[in-house]
Design a protein around this ligand. Structure first.
Ligand code: NI
Length: 165
């Protein structure tokens, strides 16, 4: 999907804000939570969202972020701070370094032609996908989930309503 800079900016500001709220809810202890020993931990998923933004530098965008070699932090605050930095850095880089024509530049990815705009769209969808995985693990870890796209169990309880099931 070819989105414009304005579309990306609007969506990214909303989506990254939600992700930041999710990151702010993480605790150090919760980072070890996983479905099984074979699956990614909550900390791993959170760090994956930081790094998948950082990987956009492979498309020629230049911005600061953690190095690929850096180990997954054991501190929820460190993951959150890195996310906060890199989510703003990506948007600044897109706005200042890419023209609308640059968004239509194509490169091969996995045997298919992808525009830079399609990578931006993917970044939005990919983040929502892993954020959904995170909220399940966060519930397992006993954390309260912030509202994502609307009220959830805890917010219904707060309002004295029966949670929808
Ligand atoms: Ni992924």
């Amino acid at each position: 999907m070819n989105i414009s800079k304005a579309d990306f900016t609007t969506e990214w500001l909303k989506e990254a804000h939600i992700t930041e709220q999710v990151m702010e809810t993480l605790t150090d202890d919760s980072l070890k939570t996983a479905m099984t020993d074979q699956h990614r931990t909550l900390g791993h998923l959170a760090w994956h969202l930081v790094m998948s933004i950082q990987y956009m530098t492979m498309l020629g965008l230049q911005f600061e972020g953690p190095s690929r070699e850096q180990e997954i932090p054991h501190s929820a605050a460190e993951i959150r701070d890195n996310y906060r930095q890199v989510r703003h850095a990506l948007l600044d880089a897109v706005q200042s370094q890419w023209s609308e024509e640059d968004l239509l530049a194509t490169r091969e990815f996995d045997g298919e032609p992808w525009t830079n705009a399609a990578f931006l769209h993917f970044t939005l969808i990919h983040q929502a996908h892993h954020r959904g995985q995170m909220t399940v693990l966060m519930r397992q870890a006993g954390l309260r989930i912030p509202e994502i796209y609307g009220p959830n169990y805890d917010s219904w309880i707060d309002k004295g309503m029966d949670p929808l099931v």
